[in-house]
Each structure stands twice: as structure tokens, then as C-alpha cells.
Design a protein around this ligand. Structure first.
Ligand SMILES: [Zn+2]
Length: 352
């Protein structure tokens, strides 16, 4: 009899445990499917994961890449071409006696000469650096520049490359301060410096005959900008440069990243998003008081007081922007927290 009771108790316990497990798992999956963060938005905060990211919009996509080649070439007109792996973008321009290469992203640098060979057998005579960052020019050495190859950059880029002392990014042989017009045969590239925003030395490169503007790491056609305004070293200047690109006359924008070239509508949309973000962050800063809800034991810890304050500002920022922008910009969910943190910080230290 005792033995039967023991078995019954064991079965009851196992059934109860299984029921608990089923209920717990149902609760977990319903939380995962809806909102896993009580009082927070669906978008995962930095360092948290909630499964799949929001599906990338069709409008953000470009032509597909030939997997065998690992890149695609896009003719921009009159000897100008974009090379891309649908993540990075660079250019080359063919003229009567040779080829001018603009940037050499290391991710596909070994294929740049193959891409050029699809169009011409002429040699590379010039390399232009859009800016000093490794991910855009770290493949320059791979292009085998010899002593006769002219490497052009803004003078700040030269300073940064001398400091970096990186053999993969040869030091520029020709630098300029504000403007430089490169005339090669019947083709032209107009280089201009608009000050530090992304990083010192990042230039605008305009091909007037092709009405094509290249500026790296400022505009992200169809996409949320890379985290923290693409790591802009000067956020107010970054806003100004987006406005400048919006006002300039051009037909095609090569932005250094993403799957396709950009249009004026892409720049206007990014600017609208950035201004909305700025206004929302400014309102959240004004409407939020430091110290509220803080554990009284932390009131003598100023770092904790501000961390608590900034977190509450940023949660409001993400909550307000999500319904307005999550379906308009690809990758919105990936970096919206970063953008809100960067915006509140810039507003507190760069503006009054
Ligand atoms: Zn960069």
C-alpha cells in the first residue's frame, strides 16, 4: 500500500512539473513573440537579443552579387564605375592613359584589378583616399602602387596615416587643404573638404561629367545609419554635412556602403529621420528629471544618477521613434538604441 502511494505521489509530482514546464515555456514564447521587456519597446536594448531582426525592406536592396566573382560592377557613365560587394562601395574612373581608383576596401581589394580588367587593360595611375579608415582604404597596398602611382588625399588623412604607420595604407603623395581638381585626359574629379564630421580628412569626390558624388560614411541609402551616426567624430557637423549633400546638385550618390547607389530621396529621408530623432531626444531630455526612481542607496553615486537618467531618456526616444521609422529604414532595430544614446549625449555636450 505504502509503495503504491509513493508511486502515485511520484506520478503526481512529475505531472505537475511537466504542466509547469509547459506553462512556463508557453509564457516564455508568448513573451518572446510579443514584448520580452516589460515597460520597454520591442526593439532589443544594446546587449540584449530577442531573436530575428526586422526584415530588410525591398527598397533598401540592390542588384544581387555574382557569388563566383564576389563583387558587381555598376557603370555610372563616361568611364566611371562603382565596384561593390553590396556592403562596401568604391569607384574607378577610366581615362585615355589609365585608371583612377577611389578607395580600396580590403574586403574585396584583391578583386579590384579583376574588375578593372573587365573594362580596360590600362594601368592604375592614381589612387584617391576618401578618408583614412582601414575598412575603406586598407586594401590600397594590394593594388601594387609603384613609385609612379599618385596617391591623393586631404592633408588630415596624410597626418592620420603617418600616425598609423600602416604598410597596407601607403602615405599619400599629393595632398590638398580645401579643394583639388584632378584632370586626367578628358575626365575630371573634383575633390573638396568640408571639415571634420565622420573623421578629419573625409572628402567629397564629385565627377561632374557623370553627375556622381561620392562621400563615404555619411549617407546610408535605404538604411539606418551605422551605429552612433556612423561613428561621427563631430555629430553637429555630421548633421550639417547631410544637409550639404541634400542641397548639392548630383544625380547619383556613391555612399561607400550598402547595396545600391543613393538618390536625393534617400538623403531627404535620412535627414528627416535625423531631425525627428533630434527633436524627440531634446523633448525627452527636457521632460525627464535626474534621480527619479533611483534606489536611495545610490543617491551619492553621480555616475549611477546619470546612467539612470540617460536610460530613461533613451527609452522614451526609442519608444517614440519605433512606430514612425521601423518600417521606413532597413536595420532600424539594429542601431536605434545607439542613435538615441549618441543623440542625447551630443545634445547635452554640443548644444545649449
Ligand atoms: Zn569611415
Amino acid at each position: 500500500m505504502k509503495k503504491i502511494n509513493k508511486i502515485q505521489r511520484a506520478i503526481t509530482f512529475i505531472c505537475a512539473f511537466m504542466l509547469f514546464a509547459v506553462v512556463a515555456s508557453a509564457q516564455y514564447s508568448s513573451r518572446s513573440a510579443s514584448n520580452p521587456y516589460p515597460d520597454k519597446p520591442l526593439i532589443a536594448p544594446i546587449g540584449e537579443r530577442i531573436g530575428k531582426y526586422i526584415t530588410v525592406n525591398e527598397s533598401a536592396k540592390g542588384p544581387s552579387i555574382d557569388a563566383g566573382k564576389g563583387y558587381r560592377l555598376q557603370e555610372l557613365g563616361k568611364g566611371l564605375y562603382m565596384i561593390t560587394d553590396n556592403i562596401y562601395q568604391s569607384m574607378f574612373m577610366v581615362y585615355e592613359n589609365g585608371v583612377v581608383v577611389v578607395d580600396a576596401p580590403p574586403i574585396y581589394a584583391t578583386r579590384i584589378t579583376k574588375a578593372i580588367a573587365e573594362i580596360t587593360k590600362k594601368p592604375i595611375t592614381h589612387i584617391i583616399y576618401s578618408h583614412a579608415h582601414i575598412d575603406h582604404i586598407g586594401g590600397a597596398k594590394t593594388l601594387n602602387p609603384n613609385k609612379g602611382t599618385i596617391i591623393i588625399a586631404q592633408e588630415e588623412t596624410k597626418r592620420l596615416l603617418e600616425r598609423a604607420n600602416d604598410m597596407n595604407r601607403p602615405i599619400p603623395t599629393l595632398t590638398f587643404k580645401d579643394n583639388y581638381i584632378l584632370k586626367v585626359g578628358s575626365n575630371i574629379l573634383e575633390l573638396s573638404y568640408h571639415g571634420n564630421a565622420h573623421e578629419p580628412g573625409n572628402i567629397f569626390i564629385y565627377a561632374p561629367k557623370q553627375k556622381t558624388l561620392m562621400v563615404a560614411d555619411i549617407i546610408f541609402p535605404g538604411w539606418m545609419p551605422w551605429r552612433r551616426f556612423a561613428l561621427a567624430q563631430d555629430i553637429p557637423a555630421y548633421f550639417i554635412q547631410v544637409e550639404e549633400i541634400n542641397k548639392l546638385k548630383w544625380d547619383i550618390l556613391v555612399s561607400g556602403h550598402v547595396e545600391r547607389t543613393g538618390t536625393h530621396a534617400d538623403v531627404a529621408l535620412q535627414l528627416e529621420f535625423m531631425n525627428d530623432l533630434k527633436n524627440i531626444a531634446r523633448q525627452a531630455l527636457a521632460n525627464t528629471k535626474p534621480g527619479q526612481g533611483l534606489d536611495p542607496a545610490d543617491t551619492k553615486n553621480p555616475w549611477a544618477i546619470f546612467d539612470n537618467y540617460i536610460d530613461r531618456v533613451v527609452i522614451q526616444c526609442v519608444n517614440a521613434l519605433t512606430p514612425r521609422w521601423s518600417s521606413k529604414l532597413a536595420g532600424f532595430d539594429v542601431y536605434i538604441w545607439d542613435q538615441c544614446y549618441a543623440m542625447e549625449q551630443s545634445l547635452r555636450i554640443d548644444e545649449q
